[in-house]
Design a protein around this ligand. Structure first.
Ligand SMILES: Cc1cc2nc3c(=O)[nH]c(=O)nc-3n(C[C@H](O)[C@H](O)[C@H](O)COP(=O)(O)OP(=O)(O)OC[C@H]3O[C@@H](n4cnc5c(N)ncnc54)[C@H](O)[C@@H]3O)c2cc1C
Length: 391
């Protein structure tokens, strides 16, 4: 008989204080089929867990995601999934050139090496998704609620369907429904500037390394080669009202502006600023780019929990759902992948060797939270010259 749904309990201060009582085989629901969710699903499947991956978008198609730098720990996780760098790294440079400009001319050049490699969201996402066995990924399934039902987490979907699991992994990104339900006090705050992005087909084909231009306060330009051209990001200060005018909705609502959201006004603002501050070839690259996107830079309070009990089961936050971080940290995707690998380790210890599940999850969150907090705190320092808000 169907029992009434009860709302989520508040998180306990100490997860290990909760009674164990886990079912013999954990059934896992992963919410969000982007980088973090797809990595989590694959790792858990490899470890022998039954997994379903729910993605809100109607198809797991690329949505114009650009350059992503992955550090060695994340690359190693992908290696273990059989995803070789040949598949996801088109330009295997480790070099980062940082150029300070004055009046559009270089006045200082610094070179260092990145402890990782650059890929793109599209390459990485495709490599992950194509490895999922048929039936694991369910697209067009937007999760709207989480309750307890017969002692287990019960997911509700926008189409009024539902699903039951023992563990729900919310990997549903910056505007996470999981975070809203589990940790409602932590809200996104607009940091006062925007990462305008573009894919310039066939442009500046001699560019091989990651290049950062620093034209002065309120502006930064990054560019790197990607398959078929260049990926550039121009960070520009922008009021919330101007963001709304450019992209049709406020930054808290439109946390990722897709190509069809980029208005002529937004294009003109970016082109004009690029022409003022960038050396001519880069300003031309920006000007001739048709494929454009934007992401408002957001902050959030550091997390204190990653796992919450739901009846006898659990729900966890991971990746951007846990803690979106400023892009300059280069840690968003890295954090998600590392947290997914560590979660798989904890769950495997429970499943294979009988480790107490609350203790295993508590250990996981205690090891992972410091990294997420550090990245959340680092962002405002790295972006201080771009934002009107002081860290
Ligand atoms: C300009 C820029 C540069 C960056 N550079 C780097 C870098 O160099 N290195 C790095 O590590 N990171 C970088 N990042 C950050 C990185 O892109 C993100 O941290 C990462 O993509 C987050 O992945 P995710 O899977 O956690 O979340 P997302 O990619 O946001 O995915 C969330 C998924 O959940 C789905 N979803 C949302 N709500 C629901 C729901 N209710 N039900 C079901 N599904 C849902 C969404 O459709 C989406 O597919 C950069 C970001 C930007 C903007």
């Amino acid at each position: 008989m169907t029992q009434p749904h009860t709302p989520l309990a508040s998180p306990p201060r100490d997860l290990s204080a909760r009674a164990a009582g886990t079912p013999p085989r954990l059934r896992v629901a992963v919410v969000g089929g982007s980088v973090t969710g797809a990595t989590t699903a694959l790792l858990l499947l490899h470890a022998g867990f039954p997994v379903t991956l729910y993605e809100a978008a109607p198809a797991a198609a690329p949505r114009g995601g650009g350059l992503i730098g992955l550090e060695h720990p994340a690359l190693d996780v992908l290696d273990r999934l059989g995803i070789s760098q040949d598949e996801i790294v088109a330009h295997p440079s480790e070099t980062v050139l940082e150029v300070t400009l004055r009046y559009r001319q270089p006045i200082h050049i610094a070179r260092h090496l990145y402890p990782g490699r650059n890929t793109t969201w599209s390459l990485l996402h495709y490599a992950l998704i194509r490895r999922l066995p048929a039936g694991v990924l369910q697209t067009g399934r937007r999760v709207t609620g989480l309750t307890e039902h017969d002692g287990r987490p019960h997911l509700e979907f926008a189409d009024h369907s539902h699903a039951v699991a023992d563990l729900v992994v919310f990997a549903d990104g910056r505007t996470s429904t999981g975070r809203r339900l589990l940790d409602p006090g932590r809200r996104l705050r607009y940091a006062g500037y925007v990462a305008h992005r573009g894919h310039a087909a066939g442009a500046l084909s001699h560019v091989r390394d990651f290049l950062r231009l620093e034209p002065g306060p309120g502006c930064q330009y990054n560019v790197a080669p990607v398959p078929g051209g260049l990926d550039w990001t121009l960070y520009l200060t922008c009021s919330a009202d101007d963001y709304t005018r450019c992209f049709g909705a406020p930054p808290q609502r439109r946390t990722f502006a897709l190509p069809h959201h980029v208005s002529d006004t937004a294009r003109a603002v970016v082109d004009t600023r690029a022409a003022l501050v960038l050396p001519l070839p880069h300003a031309e690259t920006v000007h001739t780019t048709t494929m454009r996107m934007a992401a408002p830079v957001m902050d959030i309070d550091p997390p204190t929990h990653m796992a919450w009990p739901v009846g006898r089961g659990w729900a966890v936050l991971i990746g951007d759902a846990l803690a979106p971080v400023r892009p300059h940290t280069g840690r968003g995707a890295n954090n998600g992948i590392e947290q997914a690998a560590a979660l798989t380790t904890a769950l495997t210890q429970h499943q294979r060797w009988g480790a107490d599940l609350p203790t295993a999850l508590d250990g996981w969150q205690r090891r992972q939270i410091p990294g997420a907090i550090a990245a959340v705190r680092q962002g405002p320092h790295l972006g201080a010259h771009l934002s009107n808000h002081q860290p």
